[in-house]
Design a protein around this ligand. Structure first.
Ligand code: SF4
Length: 793
């Protein structure tokens, strides 16, 4: 009666009205749940449905409420209404229509293909991505269709690879699958994409849903989300039917596909539905508006903060009657709602009213609601001491966190827990002893059993190693395991650049063909005139455009056009190209070295492997590789090993010494051991060189490797002084790495700065779950004691 009046009589004495607050919303909801659990446990006749929890704006709180109440095992009946567009059954339909809107953009198509209800009809997302990466195009139906058809024909001409069931395999399978995907999508969406009246559009839309079997898939759905998906989809289709009927009756003009798509997207955001979760049984969690006429024994009015209840006034745009009038009306509406909320409490002696709020929301301090203060003026309100909850256990999780389970669990449970904790510690390298744990990346290799899971490791050791594979092991043994034992590859994605490997193949091919031509014609770029340089450029471009492997001219018409332009010349200007930069560098070369050997493959390099307790020596470590270029100066009887890089040309000596860089040292080792054909026996090596082909001003060009600081003397004597040691260290490193592989040691990298170094760009970070792993320096150090702490301590 006296609510919101200025004059207030002395507060009425009540001993069943309580207030409490939590530090954050989570604490407020948690205390509410705990208090409800107390009530249910102490009042035998109390049913969950006798309790109501009110929030003015419930949608912001429901995720918390669901999570907390579920963890306390409290059944709820939340009347928050769900947005249909938040459910896959509805968002999948919008995704499907978006394919046409986005002009068959590969991300839009992939989104459709990752929807299980659409995948069966439209095809495999992995095949689709793979095919897009192959044709280097990821949008435009016409262009994609043409390139996929051409690729399918070209592959067919080579002879399609099939498996034992006669199905195409490899890239052919991906191309054929992707072709089918876009054709089906195109045909299914075609009736919707023409300009038409609302009635025709909704008819075609419903036809599409029926044709794809979409509705049936959700009707047959199982699991917790099935009911939500059905309700969302049926509510959405019902709303669409009604809306299009209204459009037909009142605004029956012809519209474009884009206009209809916009209407359908808006509708998915506006259409809501409700799911009565446990009618009559759960704790009612709702808004004051929804409980008019209902009464509850225990009532919680929550989130009593200024801005939450009452909400803040926001000016209305369409019904403007001056700010003063609007503020007054808003205030009256909020007060009425609060009154309505209070009216839902029965007010009996055996029932309580709770007024709660939280002191902070995210980073801001909350101000207690004026309504709560108003209530204090009218009634005696008892402040609930929430600290009593701290000494009680309300859920399995709290039982675990408090450690009480140790006292109450039987031996079987304790042993189970002990073994799980141990596994977890080992999986995340958090234990000191990890040796022998499969979880920590140590594989049991049984040499005598070819069917054992570790046997592929032995097979791998018996095959030749490329230096890059061993570099991978040096940098991260786990990554080596994934790439070279499991032979896993991440799904290719369309990049706006040629990928490094393809770009490398292309440039290496051009440079090799160009220098071979010069060698045969006894010409050299060194010291040439400007006109000659331009002629050299023309010859290189000719080689590039005739390259059959990469088809550069076609690439200019794809997403990879920038990469193609970097090679051929930006915007058609050949002097703005990698080839021109390369020629300018080559002209400056006055060393007398002549590019003589290209893409030189060696295979006979072998070392004697190291033995250990587990691994009997000797065994052979075979190494193979391809040297990009070797320049020879026959007069001086010297040669220089050159490796092209598509990135920077840094190659630190400390990385060579640690084995993290192996390519250059292995190539040099192969030449020194006489495994590379074409180098006369009496020739000596100079400092090997990295040549960066990166199209960037300060990173492009050659750089000798491991030259003494402050010296650029490139003679066989100085080179040998530095490299003799580096080569023997390299041999030792290779032996050590191969022994680690042989012994099945594949832990995650223990590099302390791994997040900034190797892991940052690693494609396997989700697989190895590096974020959960503690870098353990000892991971590759066998001297660490193999004991685990007792997890029960
Ligand atoms: S993310 Fe790091 S730890 Fe994981 S595989 Fe890659 S390099 Fe190794």
């Amino acid at each position: 009666e006296n609510l919101f009046k200025t004059y207030k009589p002395a507060p009425l004495k009540y001993d069943n009205i309580f207030e409490f607050d939590g530090q954050e919303l989570y604490d407020e909801v948690t205390c509410t749940a705990k208090e409800i659990k107390n009530l249910l446990l102490t009042q035998n006749d109390l049913q969950p449905s006798d309790i109501c929890v009110l929030f003015h704006r419930i949608s912001g709180f429901t995720p918390w409420i669901r999570a907390v109440f579920e963890s306390y095992g409290l059944p709820v009946n939340i009347t928050d209404r769900f947005k249909t567009g938040d459910f896959p059954s509805v968002s999948g339909l919008i995704d499907l229509l978006n394919v046409h809107f986005s002009r068959f953009d590969h991300t839009a198509v992939s989104r459709v293909l990752t929807n299980p209800s659409l995948r069966r009809r439209y095809g495999d997302p992995v095949h689709f991505k793979h095919a897009c990466a192959y044709i280097k195009v990821g949008s435009g139906y016409g262009k994609m269709h043409r390139l996929l058809t051409d690729s399918a024909n070209a592959l067919a001409a080579k002879g399609i690879r099939v498996d034992e069931d006669g199905e195409a395999t490899g890239i052919t399978a991906s191309i054929l699958s992707a072709l089918k995907t876009i054709e089906l999508l195109h045909d299914d969406l075609a009736p919707l994409t023409v300009d038409q009246e609302p009635g025709q559009f909704i008819h075609n839309f419903r036809h599409l849903i029926g044709k794809t079997g979409y509705l049936a898939k959700f009707l047959n759905g199982k699991g917790g989300s099935a009911l939500f998906n059905i309700r969302a989809l049926s509510s959405y289709i019902r709303s669409a039917d009604r809306l299009f009927q209204v459009l037909g009756d009142y605004d029956n003009r012809i519209r474009t596909f884009e206009e209809y798509l916009e209407i359908l997207i808006d509708l998915s955001q506006e259409t809501r539905f409700n799911l009565i979760e446990q009618p009559e049984t759960g704790i009612m969690i709702t808004t004051p508006d929804e409980i008019r006429g209902l009464k509850f024994r225990h009532l919680f009015i929550c989130a009593l903060n200024e801005g939450d209840f009452p909400t803040r006034y926001k000016p209305e745009i369409f019904k403007y009657d001056g700010p003063a009038g609007q503020i007054k009306r808003h205030s009256a509406e909020e007060r009425l709602l609060f009154y309505q909320a209070l009216s839902a409490w029965k007010g009996e002696k055996n029932g309580n009213l709770y007024l709660t709020n939280s002191r902070r929301s995210q980073k801001k301090e909350n101000v207690e609601s004026f309504f709560k203060r108003e209530m204090r003026g009218l009634f005696t309100i008892t402040r609930k001491d929430t600290s009593i909850y701290d000494s009680m256990i309300y859920s399995g999780r709290e039982e675990w966190e408090s450690g009480v389970w140790r006292d109450i669990a039987n031996d079987e449970v304790k042993n189970e827990v002990r073994s799980r904790i141990k596994d977890h510690l080992q999986q995340s390298n958090r234990a000191d002893g990890y040796e022998g744990s499969n979880f920590a990346g140590f594989i049991d290799v049984d040499q005598s059993d070819e069917t054992s899971p570790g046997y592929p490791v032995i097979r791998r050791v018996n095959e030749p190693f490329a230096p890059t594979a061993l570099e991978t092991y040096a940098n991260c043994p786990y990554q080596f395991f994934v790439k070279h034992i499991l032979n896993l590859k991440p799904v290719e994605d369309l990049s706006d650049d040629l990928d490094a490997r393809e770009s490398g193949i292309l440039l290496h091919g051009i440079l090799s063909a160009f220098h071979t031509k010069l060698l045969n014609e006894k010409r050299t770029v060194s010291n040439c005139s400007d006109d000659e340089l331009k002629e050299f450029l023309r010859e290189m471009v000719e080689i590039a455009v005739n390259d059959q492997k990469v088809r550069l001219n076609e690439l200019l018409d794809t997403e990879s056009f920038i990469a193609a332009e970097k090679v051929l010349g930006i915007a058609g200007d050949a002097t703005m190209s990698i080839l021109w930069r390369y020629l300018l560098e080559a002209r400056e070369n006055k060393t007398g070295l002549i590019p003589s050997l290209f893409e030189n493959r060696f295979g006979g390099l072998s070392l004697t492997g190291l033995g250990s307790e587990k691994i009997p020596a000797p065994y052979e470590v075979r190494i193979h590789g391809t040297i990009d270029r070797i320049d020879i100066n026959p007069d001086e009887k010297v040669y220089k090993v050159i490796d092209y890089k598509s990135g920077k040309n840094d190659y630190a000596e400390k990385d060579i010494a640690s084995g993290r860089k192996l390519q250059i040292p292995v190539y040099l080792l192969a030449t020194v051991k006489g495994k590379v054909t074409g180098i006369p026996e009496d020739h000596h090596y100079l400092f090997p060189q990295i040549f960066s082909l990166k199209y960037k001003e300060d990173e492009f060009g050659p750089k000798d490797v491991a030259t003494p600081r402050g010296s650029n003397e490139d003679t066989p004597e100085v080179a040998e002084r530095v490299w003799t040691n580096l080569l023997s260290t390299t041999e030792e490193n290779i032996r050590k790495f191969v022994l680690g592989i042989y012994e099945g040691k594949f832990p995650l990298t223990s590099e302390p700065a791994r997040e900034e170094k190797g892991c940052k760009y690693c494609e396997f970070s989700d697989l190895c779950r590096v974020k959960e792993h503690k870098p353990l320096e000892a991971a590759q150090n066998p001297s660490v004691p193999a004991s685990l702490p007792d997890p029960m301590e």
